[in-house]
Design a protein around this ligand. Structure first.
Ligand code: HRO
Length: 314
């Protein structure tokens, strides 16, 4: 990385030496995977979304890579929140923030988990997942604005650490306004835009079949196709939310140029999902190098020099 360039950022009061880190999902479920993130150039460690109890998740095959990205219906396989709470102490040795993703199967489960995490200083922040598309029978909370408000009202009675939310992608402009109106009423530290585009379908023409087993082949779409949607969501929430709410971009980031685009739209940090699964933890150093080269060529010394400064044509 060119010396004159800094990728440092601050999320929820925590300093990150690099604005690039993992999306919750790929390669962050076991302590070995979390250690690998700790030892990599990722700016933070974010754990797999945790439920109250451990879950095996949906039947396999449940993740398939395609030329353009991925489809998944993992179904929240995770070790249960106690495991990720316990891991927080070990995470401290890496000298970078440890964020815990929480995705209870009910409002009560979410409350119970955030109450149990209270007082644990080694958890730098909580990312509350309002957008898992893959648990049969459980709608994505983020698409129900009243439910989102009801959950946040209860969560903020109990939560101790700074809290952000992971949102599903929105596609209709009034929906951005409606969700922003909810989020602006709470002391939210950040929003992560976006989760996978829910319930896509990938087909194997040769076999005339779907490619993943759960939910008749329907699953969350990640990768190249979701970048324009992710950028639109980052941009919209950057313009609609209070200035103190940081935006974290997630969706379609494979290169330094992709990360640059997210930051230009307003992202204070950028998460990597499908590409992390494809390339492994070395993607953080590679993308950081590419982003630094672009910044140096443009004369930007830090990400705040261009963050949110996307130009319009009018
Ligand atoms: O585990 C999953 O199936 C999953 C989760 Cl929790 C999520 O938030 N997003 C996604 O694409 N898959």
């Amino acid at each position: 990385m060119p010396r004159s360039v800094s990728l440092a950022t601050t999320i929820a009061g925590s300093s990150l030496t690099s604005c690039l880190y993992n999306a919750s999902g790929p390669l962050c479920t076991t302590s070995e995977e979390l250690d690998a993130l700790g030892n990599s150039e990722a700016g933070a460690i974010l754990s797999k979304s945790a439920t109250l109890e451990p879950r095996a998740g949906n039947p396999e095959p449940r993740y398939v890579e395609t030329a353009w990205g991925s489809i998944n219906s993992m179904g929240l396989p995770n070790e249960g929140y106690r495991y990720y709470l316990e891991y927080a102490r070990r995470a401290q040795s890496f000298g970078k923030p440890y964020f815990m993703s929480v995705s209870g199967l009910s409002h009560d489960d979410n409350i119970e988990i955030v109450r149990a995490l209270a007082g644990e200083a080694a958890i730098s922040a909580i990312e509350l997942n309002l957008s898992c598309p893959n648990v049969p029978g459980k709608p994505q909370t983020g698409y129900d604005f009243e439910q989102s408000r009801a959950l946040l009202e209860r969560i903020f009675e109990y939560v101790d650490q700074p809290l952000g939310v992971k949102l599903p992608p929105y596609f209709d402009l009034p929906h951005f306004d409606m969700m922003a109106a909810v989020l602006n009423d709470f002391p939210i530290a950040f929003v992560t835009c976006v989760n996978s585009i829910g319930n896509g379908l990938v087909i194997d023409v040769q076999a005339e079949s779907v490619v993943i087993k759960p939910k008749s082949g329907f699953g969350g779409i990640g990768g190249d196709f979701i970048k324009p949607t992710a950028l639109a969501n980052v941009r919209k929430f950057y313009t609609l939310l209070r200035e103190d709410i940081a935006i974290i971009g997630c969706g379609g980031v494979k290169t330094g140029e992709d990360a640059f685009e997210h930051i230009l739209c307003g992202a204070s940090a950028v998460q990597i999902g499908t590409q992390l699964m494809r390339e492994g933890v070395d993607c953080f150093a590679r993308i950081a190098g590419e982003l630094s080269t672009i910044m140096q060529a443009k004369g930007y010394r830090d990400i705040d020099s261009f963050r949110g400064k996307l130009k319009s044509l009018d």
